[in-house]
Write a protein that binds this ligand. Structure first.
Ligand SMILES: Nc1ncnc2c1ncn2[C@@H]1O[C@H](COP(=O)(O)OS(=O)(=O)O)[C@@H](OP(=O)(O)O)[C@H]1O
Length: 597
């Protein structure tokens, strides 16, 4: 990529802008009947004038074939002229009838619509291989309507689209791109020429506002601040009094006169690759709740609901008693969990790894539709969330009000339990190496041993993981459960959990749980004194780890490098105090006080 140094010629105080600037303009030909020969001439004039400033500048025109030849005689003639000049432009498909894709729940209906538009393109010599499409009103692009993405790929082999909606409409400079289902979504900027037809004299606030925007105002800054700008406006803005021509030609002139930026244009596929070369950190999307933003709600399918999202998450870490907590939680009449995953059983494992890229429809499908949105509490337990780098940020974006529950036990016990778990699943490395070898392995140990060591110890770095969750969630939304207490006195823990969640009715766990001496753990009490306990894989029988064992001492030291001093001792209270999560308990107590007042 060539890099151009831009120095302001007249605005003193600007230093250098070390980026090249790519400019792509689209004009959306949404309804052929609105187009006339005069507009076509204006469009070609604009394109030629812009080419003097931007080599190969080419308008990218959208089409919805259903409107072809449905206008007056003059307009139908305009359609034919435009199609006679098909090679002068780039082209992208809208929907066949300009319908909003999120209104189609059925992917095959979307496919049918797109096939009609594609037939139209083929019949009229419109190129079908640009890889770019735009959805009317941003519908289906973000919030993602997965049916649109699938249909676009099937019919058009779409690789790129653009929207003003991610993460939400304003301000333009905060818009980002993302890649979903191999479709690159680029942020689209706003040029100030609105969807409805406007004339220079009728520009909102008066023509001077448009001139200001071009001459060092918002539009100028949009080009300056965004290395890649994509604008879209209606074709009618090139007809009428040629407002499109006026705006873009003056903008290009102003940029040329007052900066050293050199504007360039690129076809969509190259443009998208350039974009993600410049902004690689934007590739991964960050999903939000579609109902939290009015504009998003308006383009979110009525057949989908935002109620199928959890009100709280049990985040782990593994081997601390998360399954016991899960069992106890689902005994509560108002607490509902997700349906099981064929691969990961009761855990959905959405926020931590690649399932996240399946999108929120996939996630929500795991949850029931609550019968009472206020009193029902949906939740999800995935024990790997605790130590995941991504999970806190992703969870805070989608379910910012969710409460977070973690359970801590002595990290040495956790590591040992995890090691035994791996052995019982016949992990070759765990079978080959003793626990002592696993935790004492040095930098030159075999890679399989090092990998096992990492998986064994990293989740035990409690303080740093909790600190990361606290970056994204306030302490009052976090509850830390003492796993030892959960094991010995679950009813008291469950009372605390109920208060923390604010769930009702109050469920009496003292009556509902019983200690099963055969299992050696607390279990659900069923009718006729029967019990429902966790399976053999929870509460395993294995030789105890002697507390004087050298492994324990070593383990405490091995965790020192990354843990704060108090957290290394492994006691939940020390960690609470050290991480600030103690505030959670304090907040909880305050809540208790206020609710009892
Ligand atoms: N009521 C009850 N029943 C059975 N097991 C109980 C219970 N309460 C706590 N525990 C402890 O939970 C440990 C398993 O933790 P997890 O469920 O978090 O493990 S996992 O990460 O889901 O695999 C499990 O660890 P192991 O003893 O090593 O099997 C138990 O010690």
């Amino acid at each position: 990529m060539s890099v151009y140094t831009a120095q302001s010629q007249k605005f003193e105080g600007w230093a250098e802008i070390c980026s090249s600037s790519y400019l792509v303009r689209e004009a959306s030909l949404q309804q052929f009947e609105k187009f006339s020969m005069a507009a076509l001439k204006a469009l070609l004039d604009t394109q030629n004038l812009l080419r003097a400033q931007i080599t190969n500048f080419t308008f990218n025109l959208g089409f919805s074939g259903k409107f072809y030849h449905t206008g007056t005689e003059e307009e139908d003639e305009g359609d034919d002229c435009l199609l006679g000049s098909v090679d002068e432009f780039w082209w992208f498909p809208h929907m066949w009838s300009h319908m909003q894709p999120h209104l189609f729940h059925n992917e095959s209906s979307l496919v049918e619509q797109m096939i009609l538009n594609k037939k139209f393109a083929l019949e009229h010599g419109i190129p079908t291989d640009m890889g770019y499409a735009v959805a009317p009103h941003h519908s289906g692009v973000y919030p993602v309507h997965v049916q649109l993405y699938e249909a676009w790929k099937k019919v058009w082999n779409i690789k790129i689209t653009s929207t003003e909606e991610y993460p939400h409409l304003k301000p333009a400079r905060y818009r980002r791109g993302f890649i979903h289902k191999n479709i690159m979504v680029l942020p689209r900027q706003t040029c100030g020429l609105f969807t409805h037809t406007i004339f220079y004299k009728e520009y909102p606030g008066g023509p001077k506002e448009l001139d200001k925007s071009i001459q060092g105002g918002e539009l100028f800054f949009t080009v300056i601040l965004n290395p890649i700008s994509i604008f879209m406006t209606h074709l009618s803005n090139y007809g009428n009094d040629r407002l499109g021509l006026y705006t873009f030609v003056n903008l290009a002139n102003f940029v040329k006169s007052w900066t050293n930026l050199r504007l360039q244009t690129l076809p969509p596929v190259q443009l998208a690759h350039k974009y993600f070369e410049l902004f690689p950190d934007q590739k991964d999307p960050l999903w939000q709740n579609p109902c939290d933003d009015k504009r998003h709600r308006d383009i979110w399918s009525k057949e989908k609901t935002c109620d199928r999202l959890p009100k709280f998450l049990v985040i782990g870490p593994q081997k601390t008693g998360t399954t016991a907590l899960y069992l106890f939680l689902v005994m509560h009449p108002s607490i509902l969990s997700n349906s099981p995953s064929p691969k990961t059983f009761e855990e959905v494992q959405f926020f931590n790894r690649n399932n996240y890229h399946r999108g929120i429809d996939w996630y929500m499908d795991f949850f029931p539709v609550p019968s009472n949105v206020t009193t029902d509490f949906l939740f999800e337990k995935s024990a790997n969330y605790f130590h995941s780098e991504e999970a806190p940020k992703r969870a805070a974006s989608l379910v910012p009000k969710a409460k977070i529950i973690t359970i801590l036990i002595d990290p040495s016990d956790r590591a040992y339990s995890w090691y035994q778990h791996q052995r019982s699943h016949e992990d070759p490395a765990a079978l080959k190496f003793s626990f002592y070898e696993v935790i004492s392995a040095g930098p030159h140990a075999p890679s399989e041993l090092r990998a096992l060591q990492k998986r064994c110890l990293v989740p035990g770095w409690y303080a740093s993981h909790i600190e990361r969750w606290l970056v994204y969630f306030p302490p009052c939304q976090l509850l830390i459960i003492d796993g030892q207490q959960l094991r010995t006195d679950p009813a008291t823990v469950m009372d605390d959990v109920q208060k923390f969640l604010g769930v009702s009715p109050h469920y009496n766990y003292s009556e509902a749980l019983t200690f099963d001496s055969h299992k050696g753990f607390w279990c659900q009490l069923l009718e006729e004194g029967k019990t429902k306990c966790l399976g053999k894989s929870k509460g395993r029988k294995y030789p105890p780890m002697d507390s004087d064992d050298i492994s324990v001492k070593l383990l405490s030291r091995s965790q020192c490098g990354t843990l704060k001093a108090a957290a290394q001792t492994g006691s939940a209270s020390a960690i609470l105090a050290e991480t600030g999560a103690a505030e959670t308990k304090i907040a909880l107590r305050e809540n208790e006080t206020s609710s009892s007042m």
